[in-house]
Design a protein around this ligand. Structure first.
Ligand SMILES: [Zn+2]
Length: 266
């Protein structure tokens, strides 16, 4: 009998009934926890844990700060930028303001192994306008010419300093005098610069085209700096060279002749 009564209760109430009771008890305890005083404590710890969760992420914020090694990598990125903007440092002449460029190599054969865009040269600053694109080998003779020939001549003949150069041309991928089939111009190798005018600290300017043929101080200045350039560059061409150079000085470091020592000064 003792065994039959529970069986009867089970069969009468049914399995579903017991499950319902079990679910009601478990749900009821939770519901009572919300309304009753005793269940509140367990709820509070839960909310504290939830609040602690956002507090835990804060330490993860420290790991973010620990990820500041990337910021350390930023200065590393700044270094190459500095290297791309050498100013008065390294092998470049004092006072140089220039931006190093990637080597230039054109399918036509035009090329510069170590090119720079040069915007300023000389101990007495001379701004190049526009900036000249030149191979590094051109910078020292140009700076030497400006410091030791152009500035003294400007002081002697014009009573002023040269503050700027009008750059008519620098790197250009072309043949000599643009003639089809001719050899590459030294301009195509970053070895040449064309100068059309000199700006003075007084605000005045000296133009090769306008002032070369005169008799005044500006003409004397131009002839002095032309002659001084011949001592520093392998080729110097001015208004008396040919029709292609009526308006500017062409200075280049090209090597000519069997011994690469042939020089042109016209
Ligand atoms: Zn030229």
């Amino acid at each position: 009998m003792l065994f039959t009564e529970p069986c009867r209760i089970t069969s009468a109430f049914g399995v579903a009934g017991w499950l319902t009771v079990a679910l009601w008890l478990s749900f009821g305890s939770t519901a009572a926890g919300r309304d009753g005083a005793a269940p509140l404590p367990p709820d509070r710890p839960e909310t504290e844990e939830n609040r602690a969760v956002p507090a835990l992420p804060l330490p993860p914020a420290k790991p973010d700060a620990a990820q500041t090694p990337p910021p350390i990598a930023q200065p590393k990125q700044a270094k190459p930028r500095q290297a791309l903007d050498p100013a008065s440092t390294g092998p470049l002449p004092a006072g140089t303001r220039a931006t190093a460029l990637a080597p230039i190599s054109d399918t036509l054969g035009c090329r510069i192994g170590e090119p720079y865009d040069v915007s300023r040269l000389g101990r007495t600053p001379v701004d190049l306008s526009p900036a000249a694109r030149l191979g590094v080998a051109m910078l020292s003779p140009l700076a030497d010419w400006l410091d030791n020939a152009v500035q003294p001549a400007a002081k002697t003949h014009l009573g002023a300093a040269v503050s700027g150069l009008q750059v008519s041309a620098s790197y250009v991928c072309r043949t000599r005098n643009n003639r089809p089939g001719a050899k590459l111009s030294e301009h195509a190798l970053g070895n040449a610069i064309d100068i059309g005018a000199f700006r003075l600290s007084s605000g005045d300017a000296v133009s090769v085209d306008r002032d070369w043929g005169g008799e005044g101080n500006k003409a004397r200045f131009l002839r002095a700096v032309h002659a001084a350039a011949c001592a520093r560059f392998s080729t110097v061409l001015g208004p008396e060279a040919d029709v292609h150079h009526k308006t500017h000085f062409h200075l280049d470091q090209g090597r000519r002749g069997p011994l690469a020592t042939y020089r042109i000064c016209q």
